[in-house]
Design a protein around this ligand. Sequence first.
Ligand code: CDP
Ligand code: CDP
Length: 222
Amino acid sequence: EDKELVIAIDGPAGAGKSTVAKRVADTLSYIYIDTGAMYRALTLKALKQGLNLADEDEVAAMAKETEVKFKKVNEKEKVILDGVDVTDKIRTNKVSNNVSLVAKIKAVRERLVKLQREMAAQGGVVMDGRDIGTVVLPDADLKVFLNATVEERTMRRYEDLKESGEEVDFEKLKEEIIRRDEIDKNREVSPLKKAEDANEVDTTNLSISEVVEEILNLCQEV
Ligand code: CDP
Ligand code: CDP
């Protein structure tokens, strides 16, 4: 019988992490954990409370009092913030444009990383984010770093937002994505970077199925 693997997927915004991670998890009957959704949920709450995101102590204190969970409802994974379903609300561009400020706070990361490790403890898991292969699950059986050109990543995000009814300017969105990547790559605590032992996949010209296939092949080699 095949061993249940722990798979870590990292990369910048719009590289295809969540779409691909979800498909891989479904194919293998593993659980999928979207760590970005956890940072987004805390950001939604901070914005709602009108917190000053530059005040790290204030945001950290809020995070300490907050519960973020995942719950499967009718086969769909829901994000639950303090008991309330916020699955759709965390995907707005407003949350995207502020999440990196919350995610750079050390105490916030410590709290979420602890939860993430607990969620992965039983194996048979695909987890995606920015620091999964480097910090959260350094002993993962397979590490993948997904990438794509910023043009392609912006186009993907542009289409996603349009579909959810949010019209944004392409060039402005591109600048916002570049800015978010910069904050994620340059922060002091667990910055976005490829783990030394990660397999890098450039998804710019690949379909979702092709990326999924590539990852399933890598699983076979493990
Ligand atoms: O879907 P998208 O790639 O736009 O972002 P996400 O995966 O939902 O993550 C949103 C933000 O959360 C990132 O830009 C990071 O600032 C932060 N994040 C992080 O710092 N560490 C993680 N493991 C996951 C997300
Ligand atoms: O999680 P991350 O921000 O890395 O990306 P995502 O939200 O999974 O993917 C962004 C969009 O790109 C989704 O609408 C995917 O369907 C699409 N995508 C694609 O067109 N081609 C790929 N190879 C991967 C994703």
